[in-house]
Structure formats: structure tokens, C-alpha cells
Design a protein around this ligand. Structure first.
Ligand SMILES: Cc1ncc(COP(=O)(O)O)c(C=O)c1O
Length: 391
């Protein structure tokens, strides 16, 4: 009999949502260029406009206060917005301070190594052992920069839901930063939809970036919601299709966003939290003496992510073992190349001896009881094998 396999790598990318699948099968898709002036082009344009309205409505926002930029995903968005702030500060002869954390996704941390003009400064934000931000310390540091450069512009990155450990950093805590003049907050919202109950509440922030493939839409498309008062400059130039981003718009990808977002309404968070807790408990028990679960160290956690490590098994070896036994999980950062590299999360916890042993299990939006039981059985089998081989 074929082995039943479970895909437990939803933070890396999710399968297509049911509505997206049905829509693709129907064949009634938007292929025409939305800039074309014929009937089909106008249908594509109409669809993009309608999805724009639907997204704003999903987040209870209105076009007067907020705009939407469609792009290829969060990696593009972080480069584009940072570039825009870099050019703006240079043109206005002001310093730009980019704030980030070592625990951010590489889409953010990689900005530091780009060749910026000398007007760009960086501040590494501090995070506590429970993955919360050390707000008092970070605020004091920014104010110190502000006193050195009174007309400083600040681009502050905030990771809402951590892709590896699933910790949730509340947006409400950002209020004290918003009080600083010319400080703009870019919220990495990639792992929020469908994974925390209040993912639609964009309470504090100037830019919120989402990757559609993380919640059931097509790959290669994402969107950022940004405050209309922001003056932004394009990173990708050309035909000027979207004022902020040139290039033929992805009408089909954009439509898939609306369908997938709607499907998230079917999620029962109470059930998801309790199923995650069951697996976390089982893993903690099985790992006793040979590893540990790390995700439970965070004060507030999402509904689908469990991060753990072994003392003596590297993540690439463990991944193969899990895969052979029907559990498709992941190691390290959600979108890394697959090679085992030291985990920023384990380093942050002072667990550098195990830094290449991190593993992440990220659950589906709608895991059912039968699937959960099968996953539990498979975990027990895997751990028995590990004990037998005396790892
Ligand atoms: C928190 C977070 N931010 C940014 C990204 C980058 O998204 P993308 O690869 O879709 O550009 C990811 C991808 O895993 C992520 O998890």
C-alpha cells in the first residue's frame, strides 16, 4: 500500500485553495493584458480593480486612506520599498535609518548588504528570548539617532508572525514608534493570513506586505497595502502600468488572491490552536532528552507553526527521515535553498551547538482529525526509529 504523506510545510508555500482550484478548472481565467484597450483587456482591468476593492474591504480599509501595489511577492516588495525610501532620503538630503532584526526573513536582512549611499544608516533591533521586540531599548536607540540627525527618516521593519517559530509580535506595540516624526513602519505580514485570528486587523503600520502563495493563491504574486499619504518612487520602471511598478500586470494571479482570501473565512482557529497544541505536546514528550520544542517559548504564538530541534541529528538528516516516513516538513527559514545553514532562531536562543539542527512543522489551514491522528502515529514511528538507532 502506498504511504500516506502529509504536507506540513505551509509556511514555505501552501497548496492552491479550493476556490482557486475550481476557478482554474473552469478555464474562465483572465489572460489578456489589462492595459489593452479591447474587450478582453478591459475585462482583465475590471477584474484587477474589483480585486483591489475586495482586498481593501477584507481589511476594512477604504481607497481614500489606503492603496494597493501588486507585485511578485514579499522579496520584491522589501527591495522596492527600501529603494524608494533610499532615493527619497537622498533627494531630500536627509539621512535614512533602516531598522531590522536578525530574526527577520532574508528578504529584509539582505537589504543591509546592498550598496547604499552613505546617507543610509542601519539599526539592528533587539529581540528578547521569548521573541518579543525589546521596545524600550529599540525606541531609545532610534531617539538617539533622531537627536544626532533631527530630520532623519526612519524605515522600521516589523515582523508580525515569525516564519520559523510562529511567534506573534503585536502591532499595537508599534504605537509608541509611530509617535516619532518621519518614522514609517513596514509590516512583514506574510505569515499572518489564516495563521492568527486577527490577521485582518492592520491596526498600526504604514505598509503591510503579503505573499499570495502563502495562503492558497498562485505563486509569483503578492500585494502591499500602503497608506495613501506616503510618497513612494518606483523600483521597477518601464511602461508605467502601476504607477509604482511597471510591467504587465498579473491579472490571473491577482484574481487568485481574492478567491484564496475568501477561503480563509472557513478556518476554525479554535480547532487549529488545539490541534497544534496536541502535536506540540507529543513532540515535547518524544523529544525529552534528545532535543526540544522551541516555539512554545514565545508568549503569543500562531495557530500552525511548531519549531523544534534534535541535539544530535542535523536538520538535513532528520528531514530525510521524516520524509521517508510520510511527513514533509522543513528546516530553517521558510524559503531557503534547502541546504542546512545555521538557524538565526537557534543562535538567538544561545543554542549555537544545535544551530544546524532546527526543524519546522507548519500545519495546513484545515487539518482534520483523521489526518492529525495519522500524523501523530507517524511521529511515534519516527521517534521509535530514532531511539532504536540510539541517535
Ligand atoms: C516572513 C516572510 N517574509 C518574507 C518572505 C518572502 O516571501 P516571498 O518568497 O514570497 O517573496 C517569506 C517567505 O517565506 C516569509 O516567510
Amino acid at each position: 500500500m502506498d504511504l500516506v504523506r502529509h504536507y506540513l510545510d505551509y509556511n514555505s508555500t501552501s497548496p492552491l485553495s479550493q476556490s482557486v482550484k475550481s476557478w482554474l478548472v473552469s478555464g474562465d481565467v483572465f489572460f489578456a493584458n489589462p492595459s489593452s484597450q479591447h474587450h478582453l483587456g478591459k475585462l482583465s482591468r475590471k477584474s484587477i480593480n474589483q480585486v483591489t476593492e475586495a482586498i481593501l474591504k477584507t481589511f476594512s480599509l477604504v481607497p481614500i486612506t489606503h492603496k494597493i501595489l501588486f507585485h511578485s511577492g514579499a522579496s520584491e516588495a522589501f527591495s522596492s520599498f527600501a529603494y524608494s525610501f533610499g532615493v527619497w532620503s537622498k533627494q531630500s538630503k536627509k539621512k535614512l535609518l533602516i531598522c531590522y532584526s536578525d530574526l527577520d526573513h532574508p528578504a529584509v536582512t539582505s537589504q543591509v548588504n546592498k550598496s547604499w549611499d552613505e546617507n543610509v544608516l542601519f539599526l539592528r533591533l533587539e529581540q528578547n528570548q521569548d521573541f518579543t521586540y525589546n521596545d524600550d531599548k529599540n525606541l531609545a536607540e532610534i531617539l538617539r539617532f533622531k537627536s544626532d540627525y533631527p530630520d532623519l527618516i526612519v524605515l522600521y521593519h516589523h515582523l508580525w508572525v515569525h516564519n520559523e517559530v510562529g511567534s506573534v509580535a503585536s502591532l499595537e506595540n508599534l504605537k509608541k514608534f509611530k509617535a516619532i516624526q518621519d518614522l514609517f513602519i513596514h509590516v512583514d505580514s506574510v505569515q499572518a493570513p489564516g495563521k492568527i485570528p486577527d490577521w485582518k486587523v492592520l491596526s498600526v503600520g504604514d505598509i503591510f506586505t503579503f505573499s499570495a502563495h502563502k495562503f492558497g493563491a498562485l505563486k509569483g504574486v503578492g500585494f502591499s497595502i500602503y497608506s495613501s499619504s506616503l510618497v513612494l518612487l518606483p523600483f521597477i520602471t518601464g511602461g508605467g502600468q502601476q504607477a509604482l511598478r511597471s510591467g504587465t500586470e498579473n491579472a490571473m494571479g491577482v484574481k487568485s488572491i481574492e478567491l484564496a482570501l475568501n477561503d480563509l473565512a472557513l478556518i476554525d482557529f479554535k480547532i487549529n490552536f488545539s490541534r497544534k497544541a496536541r502535536l506540540e505536546e507529543l513532540l515535547s514528550k518524544e523529544l525529552s532528552g534528545i532535543g526540544a520544542v522551541l516555539s512554545s517559548d514565545s508568549k503569543i504564538s500562531n495557530s500552525n507553526t511548531i519549531y523544534f530541534y534534535f541535539h544530535r541529528i542535523s536538520s538535513d538528516v532528520a528531514l530525510a527521515l521524516f520524509d521517508l516516513n510520510g511527513l514533509m516538513i522543513s528546516a530553517g527559514s521558510a524559503c531557503s535553498s534547502g541546504a542546512a545553514k545555521p538557524s538565526a532562531v537557534l543562535m538567538h536562543k544561545g543554542l549555537s551547538a544545535y544551530a544546524k539542527n532546527g526543524l519546522r512543522l507548519s500545519l495546513p489551514f484545515n487539518l482534520n482529525e483523521a489526518e492529525l491522528s495519522d500524523i501523530e502515529n507517524k511521529l511515534k514511528i519516527i521517534f521509535n526509529k530514532i531511539r532504536e538507532t540510539n541517535f
